[in-house]
Write a protein that binds this ligand. Structure first.
Ligand SMILES: O=P(O)(O)OC[C@H]1O[C@H](O[C@H]2O[C@H](CO)[C@@H](O)[C@H](O)[C@H]2O)[C@H](O)[C@@H](O)[C@@H]1O
Length: 411
């Protein structure tokens, strides 16, 4: 697709600011490979990522892959994320607490009352969004609300088999209802296609691959300074908008997906999931004694891919491009695309359970435009403001929001 054709297709999903972000300072021509359809990725001599989307300055060694001329420092520890440092096993353990601690406490007879007391104390810092609903509603009065929902552990319970993380019909109905009143997006580490398959509500925005694959229902232009992203068609022929800031990583991700599958196939219980712009290496069903083998194998593969990094989720290692893009950036992008980035009359609510959701909680805190709600049955440090215990409380919260809004409209 040539650049002119891309311009011609621009529609209200991308703002001028975002387009400026895509400008390549080397030649001041828009680097429009950020905004691609699902078509085969372009092979370019320069990585399709503007330098300000990379987490560190492009000085130092070059990428090992000939076509990528951007340079990157080849530090083995620190900024290249936990798996590249020696702390990856600790990170795997701390992001994936097992039940051993609880069982030990039960044996000592101190489990439930102490756990309850700890949770109650924690609630003072992260009050329940249900108990605080009136406060949230008061704050939302007269404001334009946007809703962002993580999928796994938020809309669906955590289960052993990632392919079976179905959400209930009641949850689907609650999401559909609340989306009638507020623009609603699902922000997930899963691929867009997979999370859409699970949720199945057309009227939503979907940001898969940790926000690296954004699609939404077609809308009228919401603000004069909003340009369009590419219009494309999903598998069922529906027209959708797309924003894919890591499109040029696709061949590399595919390559690494194959390598990770190959090198973990002998580890009992390990599985590798294709999340399109990211790869998940699951160790939920691996004996804890073998977690280090999983980490080591992933680490060994990534040694040759300095432009990929790993983040830690719930018993999962998530391999993704090093670009400075995460769920927080996706929220900012969507708010801007919806014309909700200006003014004091916006309240964004983000509900999520995972470490990767913290980026979004932080953004909302920083811009003071809303609040994060952490879904957790146990005390956890977070940048969220409120908490909910589990997906069933999330459903109750969404239902309350819809009822509250409809009661206001009925007045
Ligand atoms: O951003 P999310 O929607 O929360 O996705 C994060 C990861 O979620 C999935 O894995 C997690 O849920 C699985 C099903 O309950 C569970 O088996 C696994 O242990 C969890 O880590 C998904 O499979 C991953 O690809 C996502 O990255």
């Amino acid at each position: 697709m040539d650049d002119q054709k891309v311009y011609a297709n621009l529609s209200p999903f991308v703002s001028v600011a975002w387009l400026l972000d895509l400008l390549d300072p080397m030649d001041l021509k828009p680097n429009l490979t950020h905004v691609l359809t699902d078509a085969a990725p372009l092979t370019r001599s320069r990585l399709g990522v503007s330098s300000n989307q990379l987490p560190y300055s492009p000085k130092g060694a070059t990428f090992p892959h000939g076509s990528f001329l951007l340079a990157i420092p080849r530090k083995k520890t620190g900024i290249l994320d936990d798996v590249r440092s020696s702390g990856w096993l600790d990170a795997m353990k701390s992001s994936s607490p097992t039940h051993n601690k609880v069982s030990k406490d039960i044996c000592l007879g101190i489990a439930s009352s102490d756990a309850d007391a700890a949770y109650s104390t924690w609630l003072l810092k992260y009050p329940s969004a249900l108990a605080s609903f009136e406060q949230i509603a008061n704050c939302a009065k007269g404001k334009r609300i946007a809703l962002f929902l993580d999928y796994d552990g938020t809309l669906s319970p955590i289960v052993e088999n990632p392919d079976c993380a179905f959400m209930s019909d009641n949850m689907r109905a609650a999401v559909r209802k609340v989306a009638e009143y507020f623009p609603t997006a699902i922000i997930s580490g899963r691929s867009c296609d997979k999370v859409y398959e699970f949720v199945g509500v057309r009227e939503l925005y979907y940001a898969g691959s940790h926000g690296m694959d954004i699609r939404g229902p077609l809308r009228e232009s919401v603000s004069d300074n909003h340009l369009d992203s590419i219009n494309s068609f999903d598998k069922k022929g529906n027209e959708v908008n797309l924003f894919q800031p890591a499109a040029e990583f696709l061949p590399m991700i595919d390559e690494v997906l194959g390598l990770l599958k190959e090198c973990t196939k002998d580890i009992e219980g390990a599985s590798v999931e294709n999340n399109k712009f990211c790869v998940s290496v699951h160790y939920r069903n691996v004996a804890e004694a073998s977690w280090d083998i999983v980490g080591q194998r992933v680490y060994d593969v990534l040694k040759d891919y300095p432009c990929l990094r790993v983040t830690h989720g719930r018993k999962v290692l998530e391999v993704r491009p090093v670009i400075d893009w995460n769920k927080g950036k996706a929220v900012t992008f969507l708010l801007e695309s919806l014309g909700l980035n200006d003014g004091d009359d916006v309240l964004a609510i983000y509900v999520g359970d995972d470490r990767t959701d913290e980026d979004a909680f932080k953004v909302l805190r920083e811009v003071n435009k809303g609040c994060g709600i952490l879904v957790s049955p146990a005390p956890k440090e977070s940048s969220a403001i409120y908490s909910l215990r589990d997906p069933s409380e999330v459903m109750e919260f969404l239902t309350s929001l819809a009822i509250w809004k409809s009661s206001i409209q009925a007045r």
